[in-house]
Design a protein around this ligand. Structure first.
Ligand code: 73E
Length: 805
């Protein structure tokens, strides 16, 4: 299509006029963005086709990653970089007087996810393609992604997200590959040749239409596929009330559920789950059937991974296809299914464990319910044989109990691999949350510590640091991120450290400009940028952070001789719309920010900023500018965290508890290059089990705590005195379930240490460099290689370097 700048410009101008019907001069930014986007998508087309042909002819095993969320963000710049045409395009455009950054601004984030779980899925897709692994994503094409957040008067307000308003240049609609997904109706049992067969009749079907998005690898011609399903009214269905049917159908792919780690239990959610699963499984089997004769070998050629329990109906759905459509017997179908499916658990929070009441499940999915019931009966029989008389144990492990279907139990029983997302998390699964299943199937349990794609979170988002690294150690770390370790050779090189300092300063200047633009607040770029960005949750303890800021404020006010290294505290967080408590914390952060930023006495020392609408594209501006990374969850609660890795890779130092992947970060960098505080997971779990914590005592005995907690309700930060009563109540009346007050003193101490260490610039830069150099281990390339080797048993197919077309 183009192989140099001149050709690029020629094609671009021609295409612009052809597709927009305007002259170049008349064209808008959007016209230009869309032209470029379409051009690049077409540019990858031939490699996309070739990749699929190669997968077919190689007869290699392929993996499908089923996820209810894919948090992709923007794709233009990402694709340009991966294709290796970023420079040519940038220069070509600039000769036409176009700034590529301006075009990127036009692109909407594809926000088809809430947070870590959805972003992990997106990072995994990138790593699969980059490692030439035959792995594809299957998800839902939500018309509206995660809500847009506005802060009005300090409160969160949600607006519907509109990413499809101007179309999505990266997708290809493939209506001819649509699938009919049945709901409701009933099951007819027939006897055929002495065998019972089942038919789902009187169903209301919904058409699942696939939209394929190419997933482009870095410096390779591999292009995998993300298939997103959209729900449309079926052309085959006669319905009494067609308008109602249309509304209800389209609702299935209308909205992403904005609940992160909280189970909503709504019928629409179950519909979404089965919609995703049924369309995906049947399109996988259809493709398999075109290529192979023997369905009995399915698991040799296909792996299906379920990202948490949301797609767990893949298990009964695959059973249904094998039993009802392929006419296999139960035992054989079960063997194939369990060998095909693998499962990742992402949380041990009780409120996130999916359970569906039978009264909702059975009428909506009658045949699937029958199969789940049969799976349960056979499983319970097996338990009975192994643990005769142990009724309690069997009841606790059953898939169906107390009129509910327990999705995690179904996932464990119906798959050959169960993994946690960080070492401590997997240990907690094995020793506590899923211990009885671990005793039964020790061989299924394994750990796969999360990772992040260094291509988006370093190369794309932090070009200045990328250049510096390349000047220092060349560029082979880009394909082998472990080689970042070579940076350690520069630990004692003052010139290199100076440059590292400059890179951070420049990134801070950019973020400061964004802050000024969005909030009107001037921040001091020589201050420490101390950042907490993630979903708002009680267990993530944004509250601990803001209470500490209140403490610092009080300290400065009461003692004129108190000094500290100036700090800018930056927050970004969305709260689930129905999570009242989380929304109150947002209001508290904004109230404290108002007071602090308008007080001339403290203004020189602390600033507080809340950046609204935290999302992937904003995150890309934030991580490169951070000095301090706040990872302060109640130990044992954060399964892994992935923001912690993004900060580390961009040279920020972690202030954190011994939770999730923080522990592995600490092991990588050593105790001197991280700031750890607070209770350990053991101590927390021990308190939960045996009691013994009384938050009131900490309130009573520590004046620093008493002052800040009292300030929540004495009108200090807000005129309305009961504004923050529920926060105060959670800490005292409800005995502080997340140990905020318990960890408070330890947090103050470690934060003080941070301030002191930062003063020694040289030492700080060394620590920062060491964090960057040891961050290669947290590339999702490492994670995906482990999934490929240990769980999926897949190999790279496509090894040739990129062919320019
Ligand atoms: O610790 C994170 C983890 O890093 C965990 O809370 C998150 O997954 C990340 C990636 O492994 C997570 N999200 C959800 N559960 N765990 C979740 C649950 C329900 C709906 C949406 C997301």
């Amino acid at each position: 299509m183009f192989s140099n700048k001149t050709e690029f410009k020629e094609v671009f101008l021609q295409r612009l006029e052809m597709t927009c019907g305007k002259s170049f001069k008349e064209s808008s930014k959007r016209d230009r963005y869309q032209t470029l986007g379409n051009m690049i998508r077409e540019y990858v087309s031939s490699n996309w086709i070739k990749t699929n042909e190669k997968y077919r002819s190689a007869k290699e095993k392929q993996v499908y990653y089923l996820s209810i969320e894919f948090l992709l963000g923007k794709l233009l710049r990402h694709n340009l970089l991966n294709l290796g045409v970023d420079q040519v395009v940038q220069e070509g455009l600039s000769e036409l007087g176009i700034n590529l950054d301006d075009l990127e601004e036009v692109e909407a984030d594809a926000a088809l996810g809430n947070g870590g779980l959805g972003r992990l899925a997106a990072c995994f897709l990138d790593s699969l393609a980059c490692l030439n692994l035959p792995g594809h994503g299957c998800g839902i094409r939500y018309k509206h992604g995660l809500f847009e957040q506005k802060i009005v008067d300090g409160y969160q307000v949600e607006l519907p997200e509109q990413w499809l308003r101007n179309g999505h240049v990266w997708e290809v609609r493939k209506a001819d590959l649509s699938i009919e997904v049945p709901f409701w109706g009933k099951v007819e049992t027939l006897e055929k040749d002495g065998r019972l067969t089942f038919r789902h009749v009187d169903a209301e079907t919904i058409t699942a239409v696939p939209y394929d998005v190419p997933v482009v690898g870095y410096n390779t011609d591999t292009v995998n596929t993300l298939r997103l399903w959209s729900a449309e009214p079926s052309p085959y269905l006669v319905h009494k009330d067609i308008m109602k049917y249309k509304r209800e159908t389209e609702a299935v792919s209308d909205f992403l559920y904005p609940d992160d780690t909280h189970d909503e239990g709504k019928i629409l959610r179950l519909k979404q789950q089965y919609f995703l699963v049924s369309a995906s499984i049947r399109s996988i089997i259809r493709a398999y059937r075109k290529q192979f004769n023997r369905i009995e070998d399915l698991h040799e050629h296909v792996g299906i991974h379920i990202n948490d329990t949301h797609p767990v109906l893949a298990i009964p759905e695959l059973m249904r296809v094998l039993l009802d459509e392929e006419n296999l017997g139960w035992e054989e179908a079960w063997h194939i299914t369990t060998q095909t499916i693998s499962y990742t658990n992402h949380t041990t929070l009780a409120e996130a464990l999916e359970k569906w009441p039978i009264r909702i499940f059975q009428p909506l999915l009658p045949r699937i319910y029958m199969i789940v019931n049969e799976i349960n009966e056979r499983f319970c029989q097996q338990l009975w044989q192994k643990y005769p008389g142990e009724w309690n144990r069997i009841e606790n492990m059953a898939i169906i109990a107390h009129d509910q279907v327990k999705m995690a139990h179904l996932a464990i029983v119906g798959s050959h691999s169960v993994n946690g997302v960080a070492e401590i998390h997997t240990e907690i699964l094995k020793k506590r949350e899923m211990n009885s299943f671990y005793q039964l199937y020790p061989e299924k349990f394994n750990n796969k510590t999360n990772g992040i794609t260094h291509r988006r979170w370093l190369l794309k988002s932090n070009p200045k640091l990328t250049n510096l690294i390349c000047e220092g150690i060349g560029d082979s770390w880009i394909s082998k991120p472990d080689q970042l370790l070579e940076l350690e050779g520069y630990q004692d090189d003052p010139a290199f450290l100076d440059q590292l300092f400059m890179v951070k300063q420049e990134n801070k200047i950019k973020l400061a400009a964004r802050i000024k633009e969005q909030t009107g607040i001037n921040v001091d770029i020589t201050s420490i940028f101390d950042i907490q960005v993630k979903r708002l949750h009680a267990y993530k303890r944004q509250l601990l952070n803001i209470l500490h800021i209140m403490y610092l404020y009080n300290r400065i006010k009461e003692d004129s001789s108190f000094t500290m290294y100036p700090r800018t505290f930056i927050f970004g967080a969305k709260a689930s719309p129905g999570y009242y408590y989380a929304k109150k914390i947002i209001k508290l952060i904004n109230s404290v920010a108002d007071k602090v930023n308008n007080d001339p006495v403290v203004r020189g020392q602390i600033r507080v900023v809340f950046l609204e609408n935290y999302r992937v594209s904003l995150a890309e501006e934030i991580f490169p500018a951070a000095d301090v990374s706040e990872q302060i969850s109640t130990a044992s609660k954060e399964a892994s965290g992935t923001g912690n890795m993004k900060f580390m890779m961009n040279g920020a130092l972690t202030v954190g508890t011994l939770d999730g992947a923080n522990i592995e970060i600490k092991e990588m960098v050593g105790d001197d290059n991280i700031f750890i505080f607070g209770l350990t997971a053991e101590e927390v779990l021990d308190y939960y089990q045996n009691g013994g914590y009384r938050s009131f005592e900490y309130y009573h005995h520590d004046k620093r705590i008493r002052t800040v907690v009292d300030q929540l309700t004495n009108g200090f930060f807000e005129d309305v005195e009961d504004e923050f009563e529920m926060i105060s109540d959670s800490l005292i009346m409800e005995n502080d379930q997340y140990f905020v007050l318990r960890d408070f003193a330890s947090y103050i101490d470690v934060q003080k240490e941070v301030g002191l260490k930062y003063k020694d610039q040289n030492q700080w830069l060394k620590m920062s460099l060491l964090n960057i150099s040891r961050s290669g281990h947290f590339s999702s390339d490492r994670t995906i290689q482990q999934y490929a080797d240990d769980i999926w048993n897949i190999r790279p197919v496509n090894k040739r370097p990129l062919t320019k077309n």
